[in-house]
Design a binder for this molecule. Structure first.
Ligand code: FAD
Ligand code: NAP
Length: 876
C-alpha cells in the first residue's frame, strides 16, 4: 500500500497487547474498545490522518450511499446527539469530519502512528505473540493482531498497456489530491463506471471542456434524491434511538426494514409498477434491492426490476444509441453493486460529454497524448481512473503474514480466502479481521457490521482474559463448515453469475469465489452469538486456563431450508400427529394449493388404472410432445406416510423429475391407511408397475425401460414393488430412485435421536404413520420393512438421504445392504436438507442440484441416451 506523506517518526521496538492496522470506522472503534478493556494498543495507518475510506476517496461527488442517519456509529450516545448530518447522503468531507470528531472525543489519535504501513506480521510460536514490522522500521510485539484494514482500501492498478506513458495529469478516485483538482477548460477521460465513476462524472462534466467516459460494463444506478435527512427516519431515531439501532442490528442489511413477501413472478403488473416506482422515488439501495422478495434469486423476477430501470435510463438519455450502451444487460440487477447517482445519466445529454463503449471499441493502449481504442485515438489533458479496488482480500494479502509453522496467509488463500465467521483463519492464532471475507461487510450498512465485529472481538478478548486463555484459533472443521455455509448462501442467489468484485472477477488472476456472507446481518449476528453461547464452538483456546477445543460446525443446514423451517415455526400449526387423518390431509392440500407449480412439461394427463381394491388414479407427465417419443417410463409413488398425499401433493416434484430426466413420469395414487392398511399400498404399487409395463407402448414408453421412484413412504412401496417383481419373475425394472425412503420400522437409529424433533417429519409423526399403516406384528414383514428382506437381484438403486431427516440412517443402511447384496447403488447425500425440503420445488433452491443428481441417476438406469430432457441448469 502506498503511504501518505508525513514526518518520519523514530523507529521503535515495543510491546503491546494489541496492534490495530487501519484508522477508519473499524480501527477507531477497535482502539476504543481495547481501551475499555484496559489493554495497551497501537494503531497504524498508511494515511496521514484518521478516516480510512473517507480520508482517501476525495474525488468530486464522493458521498455515502447508505443514508447517514444509519451510516454512523451507535456506540457513543453523546456523539450521536452532538452530530447532526446535513444531508440524507453526506459528502466525503462531512463524513471525514465526523470521524475526526469521533477520534478526538476519545483521544484516539495518541494511540495511532500515521503515514506508516504495516509490512509484515509473523507469529512467534515460542512467545505466542505476533511480531509486526512497518515501512518505517518499527518492530512491535503484540498478543493480538487486528486487521481493520478495510475491504475497499487497496486500489486496483490500471492494468492497461502504456499506463505510465501518459504525459498529462493522472488521478485515481481512490487517492484523490487533498487540494482538489480544477478541470476547467480541460479535456478529461474517466475510465470506469462503478460507484466512484458514476458519482464523479456529473461533477467533472461541470468543469471539463470535454469529458469522455470509457465504459466497460454499464452499471445499474438509481437517483439518490439527496436532500435533507428523511424526516420520518429522524423522528424514528429521536423517538426511540435504542429501538431503532437494535432493529438495524437485527435486520438483513443493517438498516431497519420490513422485508416484503411480494414475489415478482406472481405479482400483478400494477403491483409491480407501484412497488418499483415507490423504491425509485425513495432513492435507497436496500429499497430498490427489495422491491420483490425473489428478485435476488429468481431470474424472471430480477428481470422485471432490471427492465424497469433500463426503461428509466432510456427516458433519461436523449441519444438512443448512448442510452442503449448505458443499459446494463450482462448481469442481474444487484449482482454487481448498484449505484446511487445525482444526474448521472442526464450528463450524457450535455454536448461536450461522450460515452465510449469499450465492448465495441476496447482500449488498446494509453499513449503519451491520450488513449487509443480499437477505432480511434483520443487526446486528453487528464485521465481519471475510477477503476476500483482489490476488494476484501487486497489489504489482508498486502501484508506479509505468516502463522503457525511459517504458513503464509497468501499461500493458504491462493485458492480463495477461507475463514471462520470472516473473523479468523486457522493456522493464524490471535489474528482477527474486521469485516473479513466470509462476513456480511460490503453487502450491508458497514457501520453496523463493523460495530458488531469489533464488539465480538472485544467480547472474545475479555472472555479469554477472564478464563485464563491467551491464544485462540479456529479449528479446520469449523472453518471449512463456515466456508461451505458462505458458499451455500451465495449459491441460492444470482450473485455468483456476475463478473463482479464480490467474486474477485475485477482483478486478473484472483480466484473466483463469492467473498462476502450473503445470509444477512441478522443471521450472521445470530451465528456469532451462538458460537459464544456454545462455549466458543469451533475454536481452540489455550493458556494457563488449559487447552480447550470445542470442535464443530455452527451452521450446516442449507440457508433456504432453515428459512422455510423458521417460517413454518412462525405459523404455529398444530403437530400433524395430533390431528385426524382427514384434518391432516386437508392441511396438506391447503399447503399444496399455495406453492409454486413446478416446471412446465409438454403434457400432463390424468387417468385411472385397475388396482386390486378398485381403480387407481394416475397422472402422466410427458417431457416432450408424444410424437417426439417414445421415452423411458418412471412409475412414481408420492410421500405422506401411507396416510397422506395424492396426485397433487408431489406434482411439482414429478414435473421436475420429468423435465430434468426426459422420462415419462406416471404418478400413481395408491390406497391410504387407515382406510386401507398394510399391505394395501404395497400391493397397489406392484399392480401399478405391472399395468404400466403392460401398457408401455400406449403410454408413450420404450419397452424394457421402466424404473420406479418414490419419496418417503412412496420410496418404501417403490422398493417393495421391486422385491415383489423380482419374486414374481417380472416385470423387469431397470432402476429404483428412493428419496428419503422408509425401509424399517424400529425408529432406533441415531438419526431419530438427532433429527426426531424440529424438522417437520418428527419421530412422533413417524410413529403416527406406522400406527395408521401396520400392526406391530406386521412391521417386520419385508413388504413393510424392505431392509429386512432378501436384497439380492434387485434393480440398480439410487438412494437419497437428507442430513436432517430422522430416516437418514435407515436410508444409508439400505444403500449399504443393497451394495453388500451385489446391487449397484448410488448414494446421494442431500447435504443440509430435511426429509421434506427436496420436494419443495421452486421454494428450496438448494434442492435443485440434488434433484439434478436424481434425474442423472434415472437417466443412468436406461441404456440409451434420453431425449427430451431439458438442461438441468435451466430449472430452479
Ligand atoms: P477503511 O475505511 O478502508 O480503512 C482502512 C484503513 O486501513 C485505511 O485508511 C488504510 O490506509 C489502512 N491500511 C490498510 N492496510 C494497511 C497497512 N498494511 N498498513 C497501514 N495501514 C493500512 N460502505 C457503506 O456501508 N456505505 C457507504 O455509503 C459506503 N460508501 C463508500 C464509498 C466509497 C468511495 C468507498 C471506497 C467505500 C464505501 N463504503 C461504504 C465502504 C467503506 O469502505 C466502509 O463503509 C468503511 O468506511 C470501512 O471502514 P474500515 O475502517 O473497515 O476500512
Ligand atoms: P468498481 O465498482 O469496481 O468500478 C470500477 C469500474 O472500472 C468498473 O466500471 C470497471 O469495469 C472499470 N474498470 C476496471 N478496470 C478497467 C480497465 N482496465 N479498463 C476499463 N474499465 C475498467 O469500483 P468503484 O467505483 O471504486 O466502487 C467500488 C465500491 O466502493 C463500490 O461498489 C461501493 O461498494 C463502494 N463505493 C461506494 C460509493 C458510494 O456511493 N457511497 C462510491 C464509491 C465506491 P467492469 O465492471 O467491467 O470491471
Amino acid at each position: 500500500m502506498t503511504r501518505d506523506s508525513g514526518t518520519k517518526p523514530a523507529a521503535v521496538s515495543a510491546q503491546f497487547d494489541a496492534v490495530v492496522v487501519g484508522a477508519g470506522f473499524s480501527g477507531l472503534y477497535m482502539l476504543y474498545q481495547l481501551r475499555q478493556l484496559g489493554m495497551s494498543a497501537k494503531g497504524f495507518d498508511a494515511a496521514a490522518d484518521v478516516g480510512g475510506t473517507w480520508y482517501w476517496n476525495r474525488y468530486p461527488g464522493a458521498r455515502c450511499d447508505i443514508p447517514t442517519t444509519d451510516y454512523a456509529y451507535s456506540f457513543d450516545p453523546e456523539l450521536e446527539k452532538e452530530w447532526i448530518w446535513s444531508e440524507k447522503y453526506a459528502t466525503q468531507p462531512e463524513i471525514l469530519d465526523y470521524l475526526r470528531l469521533a477520534a478526538d472525543r476519545h483521544g484516539l489519535r495518541s494511540d495511532i502512528e500515521f503515514s506508516t504501513t504495516v509490512t509484515s506480521a509473523h507469529w512467534d510460536e515460542g512467545e505466542n505473540r505476533w511480531k509486526i514490522t512497518t515501512d518505517r522500521g518499527n518492530e512491535i510485539w503484540c498478543r493480538y493482531y487486528i486487521m481493520a484494514s478495510g475491504c475497499l482500501s487497496i486500489p486496483k492498478s490500471a492494468e492497461i498497456e502504456g499506463a505510465g506513458q501518459f504525459a498529462g495529469q493522472v488521478y485515481f478516485t481512490s487517492q484523490w489530491p487533498h487540494e482538489g483538482v480544477d478541470f476547467t477548460g480541460q479535456r478529461v477521460a474517466v475510465i470506469g463506471t462503478g460507484s466512484s465513476g458514476i458519482q464523479s462524472i456529473p461533477l467533472i462534466a461541470r468543469q471539463a471542456s470535454q469529458l469522455t467516459v470509457f465504459q466497460r460494463t454499464p452499471n445499474f444506478s438509481i437517483p439518490a434524491h439527496n436532500g435533507p435527512a428523511p424526516a420520518e427516519r429522524l423522528v424514528q431515531l429521536s423517538d426511540d434511538r435504542d429501538g431503532y439501532r437494535h432493529a438495524a442490528r437485527w435486520s438483513r442489511g443493517g438498516i431497519p426494514a420490513e422485508p416484503t413477501d411480494v414475489l415478482g413472478v406472481t405479482a400483478s403488473e400494477d403491483v409491480r409498477r407501484e412497488r418499483f416506482e415507490a423504491a425509485w422515488d425513495q432513492g435507497e439501495l436496500f429499497g430498490i434491492l427489495g422491491v420483490f422478495a425473489d428478485q435476488g434469486v429468481n431470474p424472471d423476477s430480477n428481470d422485471i426490476v432490471a427492465g424497469m430501470i433500463r426503461e428509466k435510463i432510456r427516458l433519461a438519455v436523449d441519444d438512443p444509441e448512448t442510452a442503449e450502451a448505458l443499459c446494463p444487460k450482462d448481469h442481474y440487477f444487484g449482482t454487481k453493486r448498484p449505484c446511487l447517482d445525482t444526474g448521472y445519466f442526464e450528463t450524457y445529454n450535455l454536448p461536450h460529454v461522450r460515452l465510449v463503449d469499450l465492448r465495441k471499441q476496447p482500449i488498446i493502449r494509453i499513449t503519451e497524448e491520450g488513449i487509443d481504442t480499437a477505432d480511434q485515438s483520443f487526446e486528453f489533458d487528464a485521465i481519471v481512473y475510477a477503476t476500483g479496488f482489490d476488494a476484501m482480500t487486497g489489504a489482508l494479502a498486502a501484508v506479509d503474514v505468516t502463522g503457525r509453522g511459517g504458513l503464509s496467509l497468501t499461500e493458504k488463500w491462493a485458492p480463495g480466502p477461507s475463514t471462520y465467521l470472516g473473523l479468523m483463519t486457522a493456522g493464524f492464532p490471535n489474528l482477527f479481521m474486521i469485516t473479513g471475507p466470509g462476513s456480511p461487510s460490503v453487502l450491508s450498512n458497514m457501520t453496523v457490521s463493523i460495530e458488531q465485529h469489533v464488539d465480538w472481538v472485544a467480547g472474545c478478548l475479555r472472555d479469554m482474559r477472564d478464563a485464563g486463555f491467551d491464544t485462540i484459533e479456529p479449528t479446520a472443521l469449523a472453518e471449512s463448515g463456515w466456508d461451505e455455509h458462505v458458499r451455500d448462501c451465495a449459491a441460492i442467489t444470482l450473485h455468483p453469475t456476475a463478473s463482479s468484485w464480490y467474486m474477485g472477477a475485477n482483478v486478473p488472476g484472483k480466484p473466483r469465489v463469492f467473498l462476502p456472507y450473503i445470509g444477512g446481518v441478522n443471521a450472521y449476528r445470530q451465528a456469532c452469538d451462538d458460537v459464544v453461547s456454545q462455549g466458543y464452538l469451533g475454536f481452540r483456546r489455550t493458556g494457563r486456563g488449559g487447552d480447550q477445543c470445542r470442535d464443530g460446525v455452527i451452521r450446516s443446514m442449507q440457508p433456504d431450508v432453515a428459512m422455510v423451517l423458521e417460517i413454518m415455526a412462525g405459523l404455529g400449526l398444530p403437530p400433524m400427529e395430533t390431528l385426524s387423518a382427514g384434518d391432516a390431509r386437508a392441511l396438506m392440500a391447503a399447503a399444496a394449493a399455495i406453492r409454486p407449480p413446478g416446471p412446465e412439461v409438454a403434457e400432463v394427463t390424468d387417468g385411472v388404472m385397475p388396482g386390486p381394491g378398485g381403480d387407481l388414479p394416475y397422472r402422466l407427465y410427458r417431457p416432450a410432445a408424444a410424437d417426439q417419443g417414445p421415452h423411458p417410463i418412471v412409475v412414481y409413488f408420492h410421500g405422506g406416510g401411507w396416510v397422506l398425499g395424492d396426485l397433487d401433493s408431489d406434482d411439482p416434484l414429478c414435473r421436475d423429475l420429468c423435465a430434468r430426466s426426459g422420462a415419462v413420469v406416471v404418478s400413481v395414487n395408491y390406497r391410504h391407511a387407515p382406510e386401507a392398511r398394510f399391505p394395501a399400498a404395497a400391493q397397489d404399487a406392484f399392480t401399478a408397475v405391472q399395468w404400466v409395463d403392460a401398457n408401455t407402448v400406449s403410454l408413450g414408453g420404450i419397452p424394457g425401460q421402466l424404473a420406479v421412484a418414490g419419496w418417503s413412504a412412496g420410496g418404501n412401496i417403490a422398493t417393495v414393488a421391486c422385491h415383489l417383481a423380482r419374486d414374481a419373475g417380472g416385470p423387469r425394472i431397470a432402476g429404483q430412485l428412493l428419496i428419503n425412503p422408509v425401509v424399517e420400522s424400529e425408529m432406533m437409529r441415531p438419526s431419530y435421536a438427532e433429527n426426531g424433533d424440529g424438522y417437520i417429519l418428527t419421530t412422533a409423526l413417524m410413529r403416527w404413520f406406522w400406527d395408521h399403516y401396520a400392526d406391530p406384528a406386521e412391521r417386520g414383514d419385508p413388504r413393510a420393512a424392505p431392509l429386512l428382506g432378501n436384497l439380492a437381484d434387485l434393480p440398480s438403486a439410487c438412494i437419497v438421504t437428507a442430513d436432517f431427516d430422522p430416516l437418514r440412517d435407515e436410508g444409508v443402511a439400505y444403500a449399504r445392504a443393497l451394495d453388500a447384496a451385489g446391487v449397484p447403488v448410488r448414494h446421494v447425500r442431500a447435504r443440509g436438507h430435511t426429509h421434506t425440503s427436496l420436494t419443495m420445488v421452486g421454494i428450496v433452491i438448494s434442492g435443485a442440484p440434488v434433484r439434478a443428481q436424481m434425474a442423472g441417476a434415472l437417466a443412468d438406469f436406461f441404456p440409451a441416451p434420453v431425449t427430451g430432457a431439458v438442461s438441468n441448469s435451466s430449472i430452479g
